[in-house]
Design a protein around this ligand. Structure first.
Ligand code: ES4
Ligand code: ZN
Length: 326
């Protein structure tokens, strides 16, 4: 009991969140009402997000995101998100941001959205001590051409705050290598790289992410467990997995947390970290993730502290920021 309480209250480093996916449903419904946009189909009667499966989730996600119009809307979202994260003990968070939703891929517009978000983030940092950094996200099912525009936005704004490029979206569309141009452009601009792989597809997709895009982290990567040679490759190359156990269980990637491979991956030497992905969509929080992992796998405070150190070590921020977090 005492131990679980301490675990719940640990300071947490979270590497994998989607910015709009952190929006509380009440926030999105409020904005929809203000703007007289009808997105009632995106919600269940109890007010939570409504979707049938992952592809439908992506559609509902885009519907919810469609009420976020101006830089000011995104600034308000930032304030709401960081308040929630700080409440859950998160001290450092990386979040995927898409120029496709912020100015439609236009660099000048993207700069304005980014400016508004960053300003709200610094206010939250002073108020709650939480540090936010952005990873620009090409959306896989929008295709390679949009990904190039996205990477250009990323390259143009690379720096202390925009620290990486990380592809999300529907893993069943196309191949990782279709996006190599975008990832090369980002690498040349000094950005760090991650991509979603091995959430819906298997070990081959995880190997493609490492070999074709040369990423140093992978979003999810958990289906690598079906090929131990791939697991060992991840361990040997010290690739960090951004594991989102609650998301995986909610979406049915694994039937339950006790059948989730995070503990096996960790024991076999893979650098695993813990994140929420899209907390209100998957009815989770960082506090819940930690408590559930402790209960299910018997992870103690030492293991979870170690996981936070791994996450801090794999964070894309500069060394000064990293030294301040753990
Ligand atoms: C995602 Cl594009 C996108 N947005 C939110 N969550 C996601 N998971 C995978 N891709
Ligand atoms: Zn994700």
């Amino acid at each position: 009991e005492e131990q679980l309480h301490r675990i719940a209250n640990l300071p947490k480093v979270e590497l994998h969140t989607h910015f709009e996916g952190c929006a509380p449903p009440v926030f999105i419904r409020g904005l929809a009402a203000e703007k007289k946009i009808d997105i009632s189909k995106a919600f269940k009667a109890d007010g939570s997000y409504a979707y049938r499966d992952f592809v439908h989730f992506l559609e509902v996600y885009e519907a919810a995101t469609s009420v976020l119009k101006t830089p000011e809307d995104f600034a308000r979202l930032c304030t709401a998100v960081l308040e929630q994260s700080a409440e859950n003990g998160v001290i450092y968070q990386e979040t995927f941001l898409s120029p496709d939703f912020c100015g439609g891929g236009d660099v000048a517009a993207w700069r304005e959205y980014l400016h508004a978000i960053q300003e709200a983030a610094s206010v939250a940092e002073r108020a709650h001590g939480i540090v936010l950094r952005g990873i620009v996200t090409p959306i896989r099912h929008f295709g390679p051409d949009k990904a190039k525009r996205t990477a250009l936005c990323a390259a143009e704004t690379a720096g202390d705050w925009i620290v990486g490029l990380g592809m999300g979206g529907d893993e069943n569309k196309g191949k990782q290598r279709d996006f190599a141009y975008a990832f090369d452009m980002a690498r040349e601009a000094g950005l760090r790289l991650t991509t979603h792989a091995g959430e819906w597809r298997g070990p081959e997709e995880v190997r493609d992410a490492v070999n074709d895009l040369r990423v140093e982290r992978i979003g999810h990567g958990v289906r690598a467990i079906y090929d131990l040679a791939t697991v060992d490759m991840l361990a040997e190359r010290e690739i960090t997995l951004e594991v989102c156990p609650g998301s995986n269980v909610f979406l049915g990637v694994f039937p339950s947390l006790d059948q989730h491979p995070i503990d096996q991956l960790r024991r076999r030497g893979v650098k695993v970290t813990v994140s929420t992905d899209d907390p209100p969509f998957f009815h989770t929080t960082m506090r819940d993730e930690y408590v559930n992992l402790a209960k299910t796998f018997g992870w103690d405070e030492a293991i979870l502290t170690d996981i936070n150190k791994t996450a801090a070590g794999a964070a894309f921020c500069d060394q000064t920021t990293r030294d301040a977090i753990l």
